[in-house]
Design a protein around this ligand. Structure first.
Ligand code: PMP
Ligand code: GLU
Length: 402
């Protein structure tokens, strides 16, 4: 029952879009609720449960009384474990006071945007990009500048493209590798070339989102912040959601130049305070414990990736990429634009995804949400059985498009 008009809402929120990944997964839930047999490949969330030993650590922490407020940037023991992890896995040197733990990497990125951007500052976002980047930037008053790569470039933006997009308003270069939504992984050489471009501009910062670090099929994750010429201007974002299947725990973190880390702490201290206490204890444990479950999950994702590529390649007109990480695949479906099944016209990726949802009962996300309106994203963090059935249904539905 509406009593107020949306015009009472701030211009800030009116400028924002709802998260397309969350919207699509809700549409799938609603359709399921109406009794339809919907397979949801829309939300980027491991289908695995959090490993038992991490859950046990949280239970033990509860029993030990970790039920109170924590320091805003995170428990010191967790930040020590993160400091060691940054050194061990990424060759990054951060002191404990340069690390801020947040309620998910999403909050880490929002803190950074609020801490760094003035009205009109430009953020170069390497596209396809994770859906929330642009709206977080807009919320903070910044201007997203999308620099795009297509499937023929393996969806990777070159250093020359980054260079060409820099203006005197550029404040940040933001990207994820392994990438959501494409699964592409930037090589060390590609990152070095981007670092060299940024290094020539002393007021530009890099935000490197490495949340899919442990789901990398090349076994060569590289952190751009490890290059000496940008190490003092790179903020490395990471979190527990993907590599440890801990999405619902809401734990992410950054390593950043001290002043930026302190600013993020100040913002977080006014918005949410420290992340939940017993979860942080479990996260501390996760970083130091046996990583076998993480490696097993990675192997399962790799197996599914190969299966999904093989099945998608059998669908005429699909141009399919070969992701090297994360758990997404990002086919190009331009071939189907301008077609119809006699009832529904498909003229863009949004139409395509809607057509698939209502005719195949499979939820996927339109590439338009990620800055690529000729593609769609499948999250293959689902059972092999569901993936096979979903792709069979997609194939059957698109066969009707003429
Ligand atoms: N960055 C990327 C690239 C993501 O895919 C996600 C997934 N939601 C996040 C950040 C945020 O993760 P979380 O807030 O769950 O830590
Ligand atoms: N990162 C995931 C995705 O892209 C989770 C949903 C979200 O936070 O947007 O689907």
């Amino acid at each position: 029952m509406s009593v107020v008009s949306t015009s009472v809402l701030s211009e800030r929120v009116q400028r924002m879009e709802e998260s397309a990944t969350i919207k699509m997964s809700q549409m799938a839930r609603d359709l399921k609720g109406q009794g339809h047999d919907v397979i949801s490949l829309s939300l980027g969330e491991p289908d695995f449960d959090t490993p038992d030993h991490i859950k046990e650590a949280a239970k033990a922490a509860l029993d030990q009384g970790f039920t109170k407020y924590t320091p805003v940037p995170g428990l010191v023991e967790l930040r020590k474990a993160i400091k060691n992890k940054f050194k061990r896995d990424n060759n990054l040197d951060f002191e404990i006071n340069q690390i801020v733990v947040s309620n998910g990497a999403k909050q880490s990125i929002a803190n950074l945007a609020l801490a760094l951007l003035n009205e009109g500052d430009e953020v170069i976002i390497l596209a396809p990009y994770w859906v929330s980047y642009s709206d977080i930037v807009v919320l903070a008053g910044g201007v997203p500048v999308l620099v795009k790569a297509g499937i023929d470039d393996d969806y990777k933006v070159s250093a020359a493209q980054v260079k060409a997009a820099i203006t005197d308003r550029t404040k940040i270069v933001l990207f994820s590798s392994p990438c959501n939504p494409t699964g592409s992984v930037y090589t060390k050489e590609e990152l070095k070339a981007i670092a060299d471009v940024v290094a020539a501009h002393e007021n530009i910062f890099i935000i490197s989102d490495e949340i899919y670090e442990y789901i990398n099929f090349t076994s060569a994750h590289a952190s751009i912040g490890a290059f000496p010429n940008v190490k003092d201007r790179t903020i490395t974002v990471n979190g527990f959601s993907k590599g440890f299947a801990m999405t619902g725990w809401r734990l992410g973190y950054i390593g950043a130049p001290l002043e930026i880390a302190e600013a993020c702490g100040k913002i977080q201290g006014q918005f949410t305070s420290g992340a939940n206490a017993f979860g942080q204890k479990a996260a501390e444990y996760a970083l130091q414990a046996d990583m076998t479950p993480t490696h097993e999950m990675r192997k399962a994702f790799l197996h599914r990736r190969d299966m999904v590529i093989e099945l998608l390649n059998k669908i005429p007109g699909f141009k399919v990429n070969r992701p090297q990480g994360a758990f997404y695949i990002f086919p190009n479906i331009t071939h189907y634009f301008g077609t119809s099944d006699g009832k529904t016209e498909v003229n863009n990726a949004d139409d395509f995804c809607e057509y698939i949802l209502f005719n195949a009962h499979v939820a996927v996300v339109s590439g338009s949400a990620f800055g690529a309106d000729n593609c769609f994203r499948i999250s293959y963090a689902a059972s092999e059985q569901d993936l096979r059935e979903a792709i069979r249904r997609i194939g059957e539905a698109v066969a009707k498009l003429k």
